[in-house]
Structures are given as C-alpha cells and as structure tokens.
Design a protein around this ligand. Structure first.
Ligand code: SF4
Length: 418
C-alpha cells in the first residue's frame, strides 16, 4: 500500500489530549497502541470524528465508494448454533431453505458487478455443492466478481474434504472465486467465543485462513461484530490483531464494523447507539490504519447513521445488496436493498463524492454533485468536475490492489456463516 501523506491530519489541532496524542502518533508514522485506542471511546465525539475524517480524506480525498451488488445466501441450514445468530436453521426445521440452481442463478442480475455469497454450514452439502454455486453464477456472468465464503466456511470445507486451506482456496479460485468476505471474525476474544459462539473457529484459525488467502493472492475483508457482550478493549484488541496480519500478509481491502442486531437472541436489549457506532467507526479508522477502507455498513447501521459515518472515517458504503437475508433475520431496520440512486444520494448528502467500484475496487463510474454519472454526462458533452479530478491521484483509488480484487473485504454476512 502506498504511503499516506497526512496533510489533513497535520492541519488539525485537537484540544482533547487523547485525540492529540493519537494524531501525534499517526504523524510519526506509528500505530496506535491498545492503551491509546481504548480511551478514545471516552473522547469528544466530534473531535474524534474530525481526526478520523481527516485520515480518510488523506487517503481518498472526499471519495466514497460503493458497489452495485447482490447478496446470495444459498442456504440457511447450519450444523452450528451460534447464540447471536437468528439466521441459521437446523436441518428440517421450519423456515429452513436450500436454493435450487435456478434460484441461485436468478441472483445474477444484469446490472451487478459483484456477488457476495455466504450461508450456513449445510449438513448434507459436499464441497462440490459449494463450488457449484460459484461455477453457476460465474457461468451466467463471467465478468462478475465473486466474493464468497467466510473463514468459517473455508474451515468447514477443510473438514469436509480433509484437505488443507491452501488446497480448498485453490479449488475455490479455480471455480471462480475472486475474494473472501470478512465475516466470521466476530470478536477475537476467547471469553466471548466461549460465551456465544463456542463451536465456531476462533481468532487463530480465522487469521490463519486469511493469511493463507492473502499469500495465494486472494484478497479479503475483515469484520468486527460489536454491540453485544464484548468490551471496548476487546474491540480495539481485535483491530490490532487484524492490523498485525495486514503487516505480515497484506490483502485486506476494508474493515467492516458490524453493529450487532439483537433480534430475538436475548443477548442484549437494544442495538448499540448511533454514538457508539460512530465512535467505533472512527476508532477503527485510526487504529487499523494500514487497511485502505473502513466501511459504513448501512444494512446494520441504518441509512441515516451510515450516512453520518461518512464524515467519521468511513470511505465505503458497501453495496446495493439486493435482497439481504442475514441481518434482516435479526430484524435489522434498514430497507431491504438500496438502489443505486439512493446510495448516490446518501453519499452526496454527506458532502462526499460517490464512486461506484467493482469487487476489486476498480472504478466503474464517478458521479457529479447532481448525482449523474460522469460517463453519461460525458456522452452529453459535459465536463468532469474539478473536485473529482483533484482527487485523481488518491493513493487508493486506483490502488494496485485492484489487480487482485477487493471486493474482498466486505461482508456482511459476517454473521452468517460466519
Ligand atoms: S453464525 Fe454462521 S456458523 Fe453460526 S449458526 Fe449462524 S450461519 Fe451457522
């Protein structure tokens, strides 16, 4: 990743000593420590947001990325029973479903550039069934970027086939996989894992699988599921472990803090507040400083908070999604699917510049202040906006990682399949 010049960060003069210390650390080219990160949760919200926003602007100018994508959850049948999951069903239970080939192919809509595939750990599917899902969508639209299967699913495939992760990932790539989503990480805390997802892989295996993927040239995302029984210190520790992996084996496109949807789990009474959401996003930007993007995942934040987060360090709004099942099984309040125009509107409303990307963060089109894509305006003879042109050198926009693909990094479904 190209070195980032902290012009906007340098221009700030924070009054709060915790934020001033964080700024000084970043300007020295150093990472924030656990001891610096945790107290930021008690720092003034707007000042914290200003520093995170400055950091995002130093990377991306005012650009905010999104994709026109579709989420595909081929089955909710799962052999595990994570306590926080409202999505999974036991085999044969009421509401359990497994899609047919036709249903899977129907998700490949003409206008999408990315498909995001995650689901349950099916009791009767073989590895070949999971490979077929990728083969079918890729056959229907060969230029589609496929971001599929979390580390939890990859580990499950290893156990199904009795093969190492290198082999499983190589087979998936041969079928058409472009990137891994970031789900299944939850919170890297053994205490939390024992409490609410003890059957699921822990930090060590999740990090190992993503490290192997990155070494094979398969990019990925990383998530954090917050707002349940974890502590703020555990959130920061989680970010620092991911930051360490990115240093050892670069390949993350984005970090996605996922606001836990209480649903009917009974774990907590209500979702984290918008203030807690914004602080978590801002601190993510500051602590996990070597990943290109922090996402404002509107499905779980809701459209309003997700829009505000674009001025708190987030530089990606994920995608239009289509029909999302996992968060909505947990009663997420966001609309099911956000049309492209709505996404552009939300980004413009935040005072940012919408940029549509594909799964590998290759720019599909940019939009002007009127919400019209430049490609269309160009066809009518209109000129590009200087505001956008001035960001053309943005170190991440055309990032070399595009060569790999990033789509990788997102994920929502985190909760599913981990
Ligand atoms: S979170 Fe994933 S692994 Fe756990 S029960 Fe739900 S679908 Fe299964």
């Amino acid at each position: 990743m190209a070195a980032v010049e902290f012009q906007h960060v340098a221009g700030l003069r924070p009054g709060d000593p915790r934020i001033a210390a964080a700024r000084a650390t970043l300007l020295q080219g150093e990472h924030l420590s656990q001891e610096q990160g945790v107290p930021l949760f008690d720092a003034p919200l707007l000042e914290l947001g200003r520093l995170a926003n400055a950091m995002a602007r130093d990377r991306h100018g005012d650009r905010v990325y999104f994709t026109v994508n579709r989420q595909l959850n081929p089955t909710n049948v799962c052999v595990l029973a994570c306590r926080f999951c409202d999505y999974a069903k036991k085999p044969g239970a009421e509401g359990a479903y497994t899609m047919t080939r036709e249903q899977i192919e129907a998700h490949v809509e003409p206008g999408i550039s990315e498909i995001h595939i995650v689901g349950g750990l099916h009791d009767r599917w073989r590895f070949d069934d999971y490979l077929n899902v990728i083969r079918w969508v890729k056959a229907k639209k060969p230029d589609l970027s496929v971001k599929a299967y979390t580390a939890v699913e990859i580990d499950f495939f290893c156990r199904l086939t009795k093969k190492p992760a290198e082999w499983v990932l190589t087979e998936l790539r041969a079928a058409g996989l472009d990137a891994l989503p970031g789900g299944g990480a939850e919170v890297f805390s053994e205490r939390v894992r024992r409490e609410i997802f003890q059957q699921k892989i822990g930090a060590q295996r999740w990090l190992e699988i993503h490290e192997i993927a990155h070494a094979l040239g398969i990019p990925s995302n990383a998530t954090l599921l917050y707002g349940h029984i974890e502590t703020r210190a555990e959130r920061v520790h989680h970010m620092i472990l991911l930051r360490g992996l990115e240093q050892r084996a670069p390949g993350f496109f984005a970090f996605i803090p996922l606001a836990f949807q209480p649903g009917v789990t009974g774990l907590v009474r209500r979702q984290a507040s918008a203030i807690e959401d914004l602080k978590t996003i801002a601190i993510s930007r500051l602590v996990f400083d070597n990943v290109p993007h922090v996402k404002s995942y509107w499905i779980m934040l809701g459209q309003d908070t997700a829009g505000v987060a674009l001025n708190f360090g987030a530089s990606d709004m994920d995608g239009t999604i289509g029909q999302e099942k996992i968060a909505h099984a947990a009663l997420a309040r966001s609309p099911v699917g956000m049309a492209e125009a709505g996404m552009v509107h939300s980004i413009l409303e935040a005072g940012k510049i919408p940029v549509q990307r594909d799964a590998l963060y290759r720019v599909v089109r940019e939009y002007g202040p009127d919400g019209e894509p430049f490609a269309a305006r160009g066809a009518n003879g209109a000129e590009r906006s200087p505001a956008v042109d001035s960001d053309a050198g943005d170190s991440d926009a055309g990032d070399a990682q595009a060569a790999n693909s990033d789509a990788a990094r997102r994920d929502v479904a985190t909760r599913a399949a981990g």
